[in-house]
Ligand binder design. Sequence first.
Ligand SMILES: [Fe+2]
Length: 441
Amino acid sequence: MSNKKSLDKSIRAILVKRLTAAYVIISALIIILVLIFQLFDISELANEQAVESVGRFNAQVMNILDEPTTMNSENLQKELELFRKYHTHHKFGNFIYGSIFNLNGEELAHFADKNVDIEYQQNHLDNFFEKHRITQASDIHNIRFEGLIPYIYIGLPMKDSNGNFAARTEGVYQISAEGWKIIFFRILRALIIAFLILLITTIAVYPVISRLIQRLSRLTGNLLESNLETLKVLGSAVSKRDSDTDAHNYRVTIIAVRLAKQLGLSDDEIRSIIKGSFLHDVGKIGIRDNILLKPGKLTDDEYEIMKSHVTHGVEVIENSDWLTDAKDIVGYHHEKFDGSGYGHGLKGEQIPIRARIFAIADVFDALTSKRPYKEALTYTETMEILEAGRGSHFDPEILDGFNFISKNIFDNVSQRFDDNLKKELSELISCYFSNEITEKL
Ligand SMILES: [Fe+2]
């Protein structure tokens, strides 16, 4: 029953899968964070450039702003055009639209790039600055997206040479193609650095986690093997009392698992069926030899004592948390579908499905096995007896399922107790119980 290697392999596969998933999720978060930070950066950078432009224009028109008589539309418009002639190209971006207002909110000068939809931007600008005009003297900047293109709306005060608030500029700043190139390379650099740090961390952490997983899987594997050995030891102990081998336990477990698979039961159910089938008669440990080993027919009183092996069995397995789910078979494997069985006298679907499955496997193996007091029955004879018990002893639906696989079981499992059969059960156990550990990780 060695399954440590396959367990170790499955756990490693899970580790790689989880680390990859973590890498992808963290990478996605990094991309989002980098984009958010870059957006703030773009806005800041555009604002800096805009402040610088307005500052330069402010210096150019300072003498006009100083004198109320010269601060008129004609002078400012002329100065604005002159300024634009010599200062239009900035590396990062430019104002594409702008206006200069006096302190009464009247527009004194304005400009617009050729490609700008003036009416559209004017409406947007008015809507935006209308809400902020109350804080005329302060800087305002706000990034707004038209589709995927960001526009930075900027409002800045202009001052005279005494530092007094004299006029105000409002405009829309757009990032140039060159600016986008700068942004692209900044984002790319930030992402490459972040991914490299993440990759190095993942690679550095992997051996540490791997070693811990190795230890964990070794301990878990040991624990699983101990539990499976308990199962085997208890099953063997009871078999030794009334027969020489564990053959019936092995075969009946294989048959019950095959039937459960045929009926589409879950892996959890099948694990319980393995434990229950292997230990179904463990309660016989509590039956005295003179009854258990009596060659002839039991008296009524002896039979009553014999029946108590189901309750003894439940008491035995209840001592182990790992074995308690075997209770459905250990405690109910002598129930009959019409309620005439013993244990609790349950009928129909009151009987746990695991016990209804096991009942068919148990009787099929008993009938097809040679015993000191009888020969093995043929396939046809066996199936006739099972059919006779349809609806009385056996659940008809489960018997229907068994009919699909019974011939194959008769040909390949019945009467066998060779190494290949033992190997088949070991592999079945390894597969289902190793899966259980990896499923719960
Ligand atoms: Fe039994």
